[in-house]
Design a protein around this ligand. Structure first.
Ligand SMILES: *[C@@H]1O[C@H](CO)[C@@H](O)[C@H](O)[C@H]1NC(C)=O
Ligand SMILES: *[C@@H]1O[C@H](CO)[C@@H](O)[C@H](O)[C@H]1NC(C)=O
Ligand SMILES: *[C@@H]1O[C@H](CO)[C@@H](O)[C@H](O)[C@H]1NC(C)=O
Ligand SMILES: *[C@@H]1O[C@H](CO)[C@@H](O)[C@H](O)[C@H]1NC(C)=O
Ligand SMILES: *[C@@H]1O[C@H](CO)[C@@H](O)[C@H](O)[C@H]1NC(C)=O
Ligand SMILES: *[C@@H]1O[C@H](CO)[C@@H](O)[C@H](O)[C@H]1NC(C)=O
Ligand SMILES: *[C@@H]1O[C@H](CO)[C@@H](O)[C@H](O)[C@H]1NC(C)=O
Length: 591
């Protein structure tokens, strides 16, 4: 081959390579818009800009795209003195040298998204004085240097990532988180509060608040006035902010409530006695007043049970209580609400029953018979249960407070206000309906004082009256407190502690105290019942005595009635007390 030809070929190839190397397009397109000159450039190195753009200080907006710039050198844009927007997306930038943006005194927006930024050498003492927005999204390995947060005019930094849950986060100056975790509590998370790192949120007039502890990063941003908006995402919020529920009145409440360890068990025993004795004694079972009273005793028993379980679980620390509060409250609140409704309705039925007995004593057909009473009691319970179901189907809630009572005249929870007002008004109306009945009853008793039958019924009516009155008082006092609390401004003058005692602890104690005195007000004052109880006690003592040692004197005392009343069948020893019971009660009713 001709050596010259070879040489020529080599030369040609070399020149071709050279051509290829420089033919890579470095160009700018210029657009004159209303906001000034916009240049969109594709370049190989930043230095080329000065050769392509001849009047850099006219450029308002500069985009550099599709360029593999790895480094932004110092003073790269020094001559672009009027630049407002600088966009450097998707350029594989790794390093920004100190002073890279020096001279850009009017720059407001700086976009660096989609690069592989690792290092930003900072000397920002006098740099970027007008910068408002900085976009760093898509630089997953970049750790935001503190000096960037110090830029005076900077309002937003986009795309900051410091961990997975809070990836691509926007830091916004003086932002306030208005929703999220505390949607229903009117709680805003403010930058100025986050700065403290550890603070209480919630209604400061309430006992229940939340303690917020923010992570170091969040506190760091907040210290410079930036709020990470990614806190609006639950995963990020949960990761960065620890929320601990606090109950500032827990201990003092429980101290006062400890009186329930005395009241509730006694009330349970007394009411259970009324129920058991009434159900097991035939004469009492047949007595409509006693049946209704034992229905009330049942609701009182349940209220005491509610109270006892409540105070027992409240012995736990508040945070532990919170863990199972939802389920606990659904159960306890259900018991309480259905019992309260039964109690109110039974008061009314008892009143009507006494009213008929006294005022219409000459018309024995006008009575609440056992059958009617039974149906009424059944209806009462159906009504109680069906209303108590409402909070379980999202009409108000049971776990709105730590007493699990759905009566809270506050409008924060859907329907809780309406349900509270509804129940209270209904209770008030039912109790006030009973008042005219009693007035009529006592007038009748006064008029016909001579007649023995009416007098006795009148005494019963007075006792039932006491029962209903105590129910009314113990029902109305908490309601009045609630209304005072609603309509006056005691909530502002009172400490959360005293308010919780007034609106939570006191009603609970009053309700259970009512359950305690209800059996004492009527059942235990009724002679029939006392007699029946005495017989029951005798019976129990007798059995006990017999099982331990069958003394001759006891068996002698037993034998008399046993023989005389043993009219065949069964074990005579077992039947005796039963028969004795019914006989003595029968004789009692004849008096
Ligand atoms: C450079 O860009 C121009 C217009 O943008 C185009 O016509 C030309 O083909 C490009 N040259 C190379 C080598 O890509
Ligand atoms: C800025 O402009 C001056 C002349 O006006 C020039 O000498 C200098 O190289 C330019 N600097 C850059 C970084 O383009
Ligand atoms: C800078 O960018 C923003 C948003 O893209 C735009 O509204 C504004 O007009 C731009 N300013 C200039 C001077 O180009
Ligand atoms: C940068 O690249 C991403 C995909 O990698 C693309 O969606 C985005 O539009 C690019 N940004 C610009 C300004 O070209
Ligand atoms: C930052 O730059 C200024 C001049 O612009 C200089 O005086 C100062 O020493 C620099 N600071 C650091 C930490 O480099
Ligand atoms: C980051 O968030 C912005 C909106 O703030 C969004 O436009 C962008 O696509 C996100 N980038 C990534 C990588 O998720
Ligand atoms: C942010 O809040 C601080 C203090 O609350 C205030 O001094 C500052 O001016 C606010 N900044 C903006 C941009 O609103």
């Amino acid at each position: 081959m001709d050596p010259w030809l070879v040489l020529a070929m080599i030369f040609f190839q070399a020149s071709f390579l050279c051509e290829a190397a420089t033919s890579r397009n470095s160009s700018c397109t210029k657009i004159y818009g209303e906001s000034g000159l916009h240049a969109r450039c594709t370049i190989e190195s930043v230095e080329e800009l000065s050769t392509i753009l001849h009047n850099p200080n006219d450029v308002k907006s500069l985009s550099i795209v599709s360029s593999d710039l790895e480094t932004i050198p110092e003073g790269a844009f020094r001559n672009f003195t009027s630049l407002v927007n600088l966009s450097l997306p998707n350029n594989s930038i790794r390093t920004i040298k100190g002073g890279a943006f020096s001279g850009l005194n009017h720059l407001q927006r700086l976009e660096l998204s989609g690069n592989q930024l690792i290092e930003w050498e900072g000397n920002f003492t006098n740099s970027l004085p007008s910068l408002i927005l900085l976009d760093l999204s898509g630089n997953s390995k970049f750790v935001l240097p503190t000096f960037l947060l110090k830029l005076r005019m900077l309002k937003e930094i986009k795309g900051v990532t410091w961990n997975d849950p809070c990836a691509n986060c926007s830091l916004v100056k003086n932002h306030t988180l208005k929703e999220g975790e505390f949607k229903n509590n009117g709680v805003n998370i403010e930058t100025s509060e986050l700065r403290k790192g550890d603070y209480l949120v919630g209604n400061m007039g309430h006992c229940r608040v939340n303690r917020l502890e923010a992570s170091q990063e969040v506190v760091g941003y907040a210290n410079h006035g930036f709020f990470p908006r990614c806190l609006e995402i639950k995963a990020c919020f949960d990761n960065e902010i620890r929320v601990t529920p606090l109950h500032r009145c827990w201990d003092i409440d429980n101290k006062i409530l400890s009186i329930e360890f005395l009241i509730a068990p006694i009330a349970m025993i007394l009411n259970l006695t009324v129920i058991v004795v009434t159900l097991t004694t035939r004469v009492l079972r047949r007595n409509v007043t006693m049946c209704l009273t034992s229905n009330m005793a049942l609701s009182d028993f349940l209220v005491s049970l509610y109270t006892l379980i409540l105070v027992c679980t409240r012995l736990k620390p508040y945070t532990e209580f919170m863990l199972f509060m939802k389920n606990l409250c659904n159960a306890l609140g259900f018991i309480w609400l259905s019992s309260a409704i039964v109690s109110i309705k039974t008061s009314l039925i008892l009143t009507v029953e006494r009213y008929l007995a006294v005022v219409y004593c000459m018309q024995p057909s006008l009575r609440i018979t056992r059958k009617i009473a039974f149906i009424l009691v059944l209806i009462t319970w159906c009504l109680g249960v069906s209303i108590a179901v409402l909070p379980l189907v999202n009409i108000s809630v049971y776990d709105g407070n730590t007493f699990c009572i759905p009566i809270r005249p506050i409008k924060d929870i859907p329907h809780s206000y309406e349900l509270s007002i509804g129940l209270s008004l209904w209770g008030i109306v039912l109790y006030f309906i009973t008042i005219p009945f009693y007035i009529k009853v006592f007038k009748t008793v006064k008029k016909t004082e001579k007649k023995a039958g009416i007098k006795r019924d009148g005494t019963l009516a007075r006792r039932i009256g006491a029962l209903v009155l105590s129910n009314m008082i113990f029902f109305l006092v908490p309601i009045v407190i609630a209304f005072l609390w609603l309509t006056t401004n005691i909530q502002e003058v009172m400490s959360p502690q005293s308010r919780e005692i007034l609106t939570g602890v006191l009603p609970t104690i009053l309700f259970s105290f009512n359950s305690l005195i209800n059996p004492l007000l009527y059942a235990f004052r009724a002679e029939k019942f006392r007699k029946a109880i005495k017989i029951k006690i005798d019976y129990i003592c007798l059995r006990k005595g017999r099982s331990t040692s069958l003394t001759s004197s006891l068996s002698g005392r037993l034998r008399g009635p046993t023989v005389s009343s043993n009219n065949g069948g069964g074990s005579p020893g077992r039947q005796t007390p039963e028969l004795r019971t019914s006989r003595s009660v029968l004789s009692l009713t004849k008096i």
